[in-house]
Structure formats: structure tokens, C-alpha cells
Design a protein around this ligand. Structure first.
Ligand SMILES: [Zn+2]
Length: 271
């Protein structure tokens, strides 16, 4: 996995304030689009597996060798990011990503335009992927996955820190994966599942409440709620999502998800 770190100082203490992300260490500013770009540049897609995670031993083994690579990447990526950051900072002090000047402003305004429904073509944020079998071969079972969503999370130790989200949809389940700071995947530490409340605000301001359960490392929206959740998503250009642990609310998560090309893609996973 990758880290959402500051280009200038390599800190991961990046917090959302007044709609933009600000590095708490050096003050560098990033728009949501910037954060998304950062994530894409260094992203390693490792968690697009079965929504329900029925893994075979072969896959487990695969994971182990993968995790060695991931460990190596964790060591390498911050070094590379740091070198790039230092170069940017040195070569372009007035216009670099870290300065309070134009790049941030221009990408912010671009982002604002994108949020109005003036765009005629639906963004292709959903893609179809196939599950693989024990041999690593693609099966006929498919699921949809969306671009990484950038939002925030808060707990007793931090407020509005940057957070990545990913949503997976297959024939019978909808899952949400949460990566705090862009790299720390949220897992359920208990032997029983953890219940989450998922509130969704539509464009007309209506709030819908759903529930989900995390057994392993993703929230699966409860069976009774998943078709209505999908309907709300299908009928809104974008949705604001607020997730909170249900029993002991210690962590909360905010992000916005766009419908994009979802309606066009759903039939391909038998929805
Ligand atoms: Zn910084």
C-alpha cells in the first residue's frame, strides 16, 4: 500500500480544513483532486479481492510474498516521495505544490467545476474486474470497483485527517474498504463482527441510514439495506457519506461518492 504523504516534508499529518488538505507539519496545501492524484501515482492495487474474502490457502501464500513486496515498497516510496518533494521544493520555490500560490487554487476551481452537473459525459470511475481462482486465473464472477475516494476520518487522536475509501459492488454484496492516512487499512480486531452506521445524504438534503458489518477488513452493507443503498447511489449524481462505529463510536469517516458511470456498469455484474 501507499502513503498519502506531504510532497514537501513527507509528513502524513495532513488534515482537511475549509475544504482543502493542509500539511500540519509544513503548511503545504492540497486540493481533494491533488490528494487523489497523489494516491493514484503511488497506489498499488492490492486489496481488490473477494468482497467476502473467502480466500484459499494458495491466495494466502500469495499474500505473504506480496506482503514482502509491500514492506519493501513502504521503505522505498517515502524515500522516493521525499526526493521528489525536495527537488520540487528546491527547483520551484515560488510555484511548487507546497507554496500557497496558483497550483492549488487552479486545481481547486477545476474540482468545483467538476462537481456541478455541467459535465455531459459520466465520469468512468467504475470499472469491472473479475475474481481470480486458486490458480490466479480470472473467473466468470465479476465485481465493480471505483476510483479511490479521498475523504477524512476522526478519532480520539486526530480530527479530519486524510483517509482513502474504496467501494466494491458484486452480484450480492457491497463493501467499503477504509485506509486511514491512505495506507492503514481498518480491520476488525474482535472475534465477532463490528457494526457500523452508514448515513448517506442525497443532493436534495435527505438523509438515509444504513447498517454494515466489518468481519475482516471491510464493511459489508447489511443484506436488508444493500439494495436501498444502491438505489440511492443510482439516483444521485453524488452522495455524502458519513460512517461511524455503531456500538462504541470512536472513529468516524466522511467522504463523497459520485455515481459516474455506475448505472451503465451495473448490468455487467448482474445487478
Ligand atoms: Zn508537509
Amino acid at each position: 500500500m501507499s502513503k498519502l504523504t506531504c510532497d514537501v516534508c513527507n509528513s502524513d499529518n495532513i488534515i482537511k480544513q475549509d475544504g482543502i488538505f493542509i500539511c500540519q507539519n509544513c503548511g503545504a496545501k492540497y486540493s481533494v483532486a491533488d490528494m487523489q492524484k497523489k494516491y493514484k501515482q503511488i497506489s498499488v492495487n492490492s486489496e481488490d479481492e473477494n468482497i467476502n474474502k473467502t480466500k484459499s490457502q494458495a491466495q494466502q501464500k500469495n499474500k505473504k510474498s506480496k506482503s514482502i513486496w509491500i514492506t519493501l515498497l513502504w521503505i522505498l516510496i517515502p524515500v522516493v516521495v521525499f526526493i521528489i518533494g525536495v527537488n520540487l521544493f528546491d527547483s520551484n520555490k515560488s510555484g511548487g505544490v507546497g507554496s500557497n500560490s496558483t497550483p492549488v487554487v487552479s486545481s481547486l476551481s477545476k474540482n468545483n467545476n467538476g462537481n456541478t452537473s455541467s459535465q455531459s459525459t459520466e465520469e468512468k470511475i467504475w470499472v469491472k474486474k473479475a475474481y481470480v481462482d486458486e490458480f490466479g486465473d480470472e473467473t466468470s464472477q465479476t465485481y465493480l470497483t471505483c476510483d479511490i475516494l479521498i475523504g477524512t476520518f476522526s478519532n480520539s487522536a486526530t480530527t479530519n485527517s486524510s483517509c482513502c475509501f474504496k467501494m466494491l459492488i458484486d452480484k450480492s454484496n457491497i463493501a467499503i474498504i477504509i485506509l486511514e492516512y491512505g495506507y492503514s487499512i481498518v480491520k476488525n480486531p474482535y472475534s465477532r463482527g463490528t457494526e457500523y452506521g452508514i448515513q448517506v445524504k442525497s443532493e436534495d438534503g435527505r438523509i438515509y441510514k444504513f447498517y454494515g458489518t466489518m468481519n475482516d477488513d471491510r464493511i459489508i452493507i447489511d443484506d436488508k439495506d444493500e439494495s436501498s443503498f444502491l438505489n440511492v447511489l443510482k439516483n444521485n449524481y453524488s452522495l455524502k457519506v458519513y460512517i461511524e462505529e455503531y456500538d462504541t463510536p470512536s472513529s468516524s469517516y466522511n467522504f463523497t461518492i459520485k455515481r459516474g458511470n455506475l448505472n451503465e456498469m451495473l448490468p455487467s455484474v448482474n445487478r
